[in-house]
Each structure stands twice: as structure tokens, then as C-alpha cells.
Ligand binder design. Structure first.
Ligand SMILES: *Cc1c(COP(=O)(O)O)cnc(C)c1O
Length: 378
């Protein structure tokens, strides 16, 4: 059978052909007016999609590099923070904090549920020494959307700063950085931003910058003060990922042309139709508060989730993601983020139906695709 490879995984996600072509340009030197013009354009366009007037820093690293920076550049050993373990990525903030000698008050949330902002409020009221609250917009491992707007309303009344990992959420789920009062927003290139892996982003508010100035954790490559000194001269401290930044310029033009509100609306519509399609197949969703970036679906009884994802990838060329840690084998995750329209998702749903049928799950063939289209067309 002719196999075509197709990415519907929650990172890396598909890259537009026009962006691939942009990145095929011959490499040029970065300490030049040519690069400076591109970098200046990109840093200003990034502010638009981050919905902020704050500086947005660009790192040559995967998203985790910016997560680490949000701890190492803001805190000092012995500082106390709140982290939320409601999935693999929220858990990661706690692990990074520990690695830097930070005292982490971890809120454990059942994977598949969103964190209750009231718990954060109570903790902040009880302990005024808490420096920062680390949260996740779209928890990619569970498909949960946390209520960052409500959490920001709580945190902004205190001396603590709010850090939000929007690595998969940015560009998929609504995030109003300045309006809501989110101090630090983190993103990555390979999810909603339609680029290959390799860039990470971090915006920093004035309130958070005060912490940067007090921070006593040693750092070098990811030292935000160095980045700030360079950024003020429209420059970067180290060799940037020039090729990816070229692609980024193109991507930001695409998002601007579509319009941020329209981008959010497209994701909301894709996600809604996907959820309805999965329910029409008799499947259950993991999250009650679903993200518009990715839909996490419980594998039905009698079907081996590992086999399902492997079959889709190895035999049918469609890459979805499975479950992680305690959810391994119990979940599949279909992404509808970034360079994705209704026809991409329909392919994915058709493939899921074919694989489920092959693995003996009983349902009405075509019910998922039909429901997707009915929901989409409405
Ligand atoms: C993918 C992802 C990360 C990790 O990013 P890397 O680029 O793999 O380092 C962190 N948080 C969230 C929410 C993610 O989706």
C-alpha cells in the first residue's frame, strides 16, 4: 500500500510548504544589517501574537530551555514557588525547580483535570513569601486547558509573579498576556507556531523583571540579563538559529494575515468538531476542560492503545501521540494545532476509524468523519 507520512502529533506539528521554502535560503551572517532587520521585525511581530508590550526573548533551544530560564533567571536558591502537577509538563516545572534548589509547593491535580484557581489563591494568602506561580495553559499530555485568566486575576493581586507555559497553547488557545496580567509566557516553535523544533520564546513583565534583577542562581547561556542587554541593541548574545528565524518571520506574517482572533476561532472550531467526532465513535474524552490545541481520547476497552498508535504510524503513516506515564496505553492524542485545517483533521479521523476497525473495536464506520463534518459545516 502507498504510504504517506502525516503529522497529527502535538509537537512537532506540520510546517507550511512556504515556510520550508523560506528556510531553504542560503545561510548568511547574523551580525549584519540584513539579519538585524529580520530580527527587529520578528521581535515586534512576536509581541503581537503574545498579546504583550513586554520584551519577548528568543532562544535557540527546545521549549524546555525557556522553562528552565523562567526558573534560573527569576529565582534564588531557597525561594518558594507554587507548581501544578496536572500532567507531564506541569510536573516538569517542579523537577526544574528542584534541580535549582527551589522549594516547590506542588499542587497535585488528577491528570485530566484543570487546577482550581481557589487552591492557588489560598496558598498565596497563607504564605506571602511565595515568589512565583508556575502554570500551564494547554497541558499537552492530557489535553486540559487551565483557566489562566482566573489564575492571573488571583496572582496579580499579590507580590508573586505568574509564569505560564504556553508551548502548545500559544496560537491555539486564547491567551491575553497583558490584559489578564500574565508576567511570563513561554512558547516553543514546533507546536502552534508551525515551525520545526529549535526555538523557544519567553516574555517578561516589569514585575517579573524585578525578580530577574534579584536572582542569584548562576547561569550563562540562558542568562536573561545578557539577552536583555543584546535585545536593547536589536541583537542576541549567541549565534541565533538563523534558518528558523527566517521561517519564523514568514509564520508571523501568515498569522498576521489570518488575524489572531481568526486563528483562535479556527482552532476552537477544529477542536469542537474533533471532540464531537470522537464521541460519535463511542469514545470518551479525558478532559472536561479541553484545550483547542490537542484532543486526548481514552482508548476503548479491549483495544491496546500502544498498538493503535503504532499501527497508525507504522502501517498508515499517521503520527498521533499516545499517553504518557500513568496514561501510557490508555490514551491517544490528536493535535489540531498550527498549520491545520478541517481536511487535515478529517484525514486523521478517517485513519483512526480504520485502525480501530482493524483492532476489533465495533462502531459505525464513517460516524466520526460524518459528525466532524456536520459539526464543522454548521
Ligand atoms: C512540548 C511541550 C513542552 C516541552 O517542550 P520541548 O520543546 O519538548 O522542550 C513543554 N510544555 C508543553 C505544554 C509542551 O506542549
Amino acid at each position: 500500500m502507498l504510504k504517506k507520512n502525516f503529522l497529527l502529533s502535538p509537537g512537532p506539528s506540520k510546517v507550511p510548504e512556504s515556510v520550508m521554502l523560506e528556510m531553504a535560503h542560503p545561510i548568511f551572517h547574523h551580525r549584519t544589517p540584513q539579519y538585524q532587520a529580520i530580527f527587529s521585525d520578528v521581535t515586534s511581530a512576536l509581541k503581537d501574537i503574545f498579546r504583550t508590550k513586554n520584551d519577548v526573548f528568543v532562544f535557540a533551544s527546545s521549549g524546555t530551555g525557556a522553562m528552565e530560564t523562567s526558573i534560573s533567571s527569576l529565582l534564588s536558591p531557597g525561594d518558594k514557588i507554587i507548581t501544578v502537577n496536572g500532567g507531564k509538563f506541569g510536573e516538569r516545572f517542579g523537577l526544574i525547580g528542584k534541580a535549582f534548589g527551589i522549594e516547590c509547593d506542588v499542587i497535585d491535580v488528577e491528570w485530566g483535570k484543570a487546577v482550581d484557581p481557589k487552591i492557588i489563591e489560598d496558598k498565596l494568602n497563607k504564605d506571602k513569601s511565595i515568589k512565583a506561580v508556575y502554570t500551564t495553559l494547554s497541558e499537552t499530555s492530557t489535553g486540559v486547558l487551565n483557566d489562566i485568566k482566573k489564575i492571573a486575576a488571583v496572582v496579580s493581586k499579590t507580590n508573586a509573579v505568574l509564569v505560564t507555559d504556553a508551548i502548545s497553547g500559544l496560537g491555539s488557545d486564547k491567551l491575553e498576556t497583558d490584559e489578564w496580567g500574565v508576567d511570563v509566557v513561554i512558547a516553543g516553535s514546533q507546536k502552534g507556531l508551525m515551525l520545526p523544533p529549535g526555538l523557544a520564546f519567553l516574555s517578561v513583565s516589569e514585575k517579573a523583571w524585578k525578580l530577574v534583577e534579584q536572582s542569584k542562581i548562576p547561569s550563562f547561556y540562558f542568562n536573561l540579563k545578557k539577552y536583555k542587554k543584546s535585545l536593547d541593541k536589536n541583537d542576541v548574545p549567541w549565534t541565533p538559529a538563523i534558518t528558523l528565524v527566517l521561517g519564523l518571520q514568514k509564520v508571523l506574517q501568515m498569522i498576521k494575515a489570518e488575524g489572531m482572533e481568526e486563528v483562535w476561532a479556527r482552532h476552537a472550531r477544529l477542536a469542537q468538531a474533533t471532540r464531537e467526532a470522537m464521541k460519535a465513535l463511542g469514545l470518551k474524552l479525558l478532559s472536561d476542560f479541553p484545550s483547542n490545541a490537542v484532543t486526548a481520547v481514552r482508548v476503548p476497552d479491549g483495544v491496546d492503545g500502544g498498538k493503535l498508535v503504532k499501527k497508525l504510524r507504522d502501517e498508515m503513516g499517521i503520527t498521533l501521540a499516545g499517553g504518557q506515564d500513568s496514561l501510557k496505553g490508555k490514551l491517544f492524542r490528536i493535535a489540531h494545532m498550527g498549520y491545520c485545517n478541517q481536511f487535515d483533521v478529517i484525514q486523521g479521523i478517517a485513519a483512526i476509524e480504520e485502525a480501530l476497525a482493524a483492532l476489533g473495536y465495533s462502531f459505525e464506520i464513517g460516524a466520526g468523519v460524518k459528525k466532524f463534518q456536520e459539526t464543522w459545516i454548521k
